[in-house]
Design a protein around this ligand. Structure first.
Ligand SMILES: [Zn+2]
Length: 335
């Protein structure tokens, strides 16, 4: 059913972006984090597969089948029931934390019942922009995931890629180029690694990823808003991103999104300390398939196009209008 031939072929392909990634470090407003070497793929994963799954999903498994043939490379298939594993120890100790209101026992391990958000969850009616200038967060998916804290330990095993290129490298390249564009028109931009700061606050957060499939024909990008969006505004940002990313890249949009996108860990402030503040508008973008030659021709070989698609969505979003005078993205030079 799947053609594996060529999937693992390293080949002699020289990646056009190798070595280019960090030459143009963004301005001081970007969080400066030294680049880490990619994780060594030969080490056995420190975390059982089920823990990886649980770190990615905010809700208990449902009978809903995972899309076939379009799994991200780093996410193992979820087929049938999951093995029962011992519950990991809670990662966060908060002695004064009140008992969670919605802690009804359910299947799964103890961590699925944790609720780290203290107090009432604000609603869309409560939403207000954060203090200060318009701040945009671009997360390079899986970047520095090996540094994940215990509560997100399932993220650490993120070792897959395609033809010698790790997904995080592709994500980071696009994120940094989009950051440079946005800084060029006056935004404050944080380029974030896989682990976001606790209760991270910004006007808009975009998580940047790439898909993968055993089927080399699988192609397309997709955008998802959080399944539980307290801001009530993420769907609007997602629609703009769908439009601008399609326009800039020519990659077709896949209408289906995955539960793993909608339940992305960074959106799950109820469960993780290292998550967005509930009033941070967040979306997740799967920029294309690393395993697709046509998608790679953009996201790997021409990441500026992807970056411009992302930056254009930010500028079009009414909550994050360009802070500066009338400069357009076309006026911002990338190298
Ligand atoms: Zn990813």
């Amino acid at each position: 059913m799947f053609r594996k031939a060529g999937f693992y072929a390293a080949g002699g392909l020289v990646w056009a972006l190798a070595g280019m990634a960090l030459q143009d470090r963004p301005a001081a407003s970007v969080i400066q984090i030294p680049r880490m070497p990619p994780p060594i793929p030969v080490a056995p994963p420190a975390v059982p597969t089920a823990a990886v799954e649980s770190a990615r999903e905010a809700v208990p498994p449902s009978p809903e089948p995972a899309p076939v043939g379009s799994r991200p490379l780093h996410e193992p298939a979820t087929v049938g029931s999951r093995p029962t594993l011992p519950a990991p120890a809670p990662a966060v100790s908060r002695p004064n934390q009140p008992a969670p209101a919605a802690a009804a026992p359910r299947r799964g391990n103890a961590s699925s019942r944790r609720n780290v958000w203290v107090g009432p969850i604000p609603t869309a009616a409560d939403w207000a922009p954060p203090e200060g200038p318009v701040r945009i967060a671009l997360q390079a998916g899986h970047w520095r995931a090996d540094e994940a804290p215990a509560e997100l330990s399932g993220l650490r095993d993120n070792g897959t890629g395609f033809q010698g290129k790790a997904e995080w490298e592709v994500n980071l390249e696009i994120a940094e180029r989009a950051a440079k564009l946005l800084q060029g028109v006056g935004y404050v931009v944080d380029v974030l690694p896989a682990v976001v700061p606790p209760s991270y606050r910004a006007h808009l957060f975009i998580s940047i990823h790439a898909d993968g499939s055993r089927d080399a024909r699988a192609s397309g990008f997709r955008v998802a808003a959080p399944r539980n969006d307290a801001t009530g505004r993420a769907a609007g940002a997602a629609r703009l991103l769908e439009q601008s990313y399609a326009d800039a890249t020519g990659i077709k949009r896949l209408p289906t999104v995955t539960r793993r996108m909608q339940n992305y860990y960074a959106f799950n402030f109820r469960r993780y300390v290292h998550a967005l503040h509930p009033m941070t508008i967040g979306v997740i973008l799967e920029t294309g398939f690393l395993t697709s030659a046509s998608d790679r021709s953009v996201i790997v070989d021409d990441p500026d196009r992807a970056a411009r698609g992302i930056a254009a969505a930010v500028m079009a979003f009414p909550i994050t209008p360009p802070p500066g005078p009338a400069i357009t993205l076309a006026d911002v030079q990338l190298d």
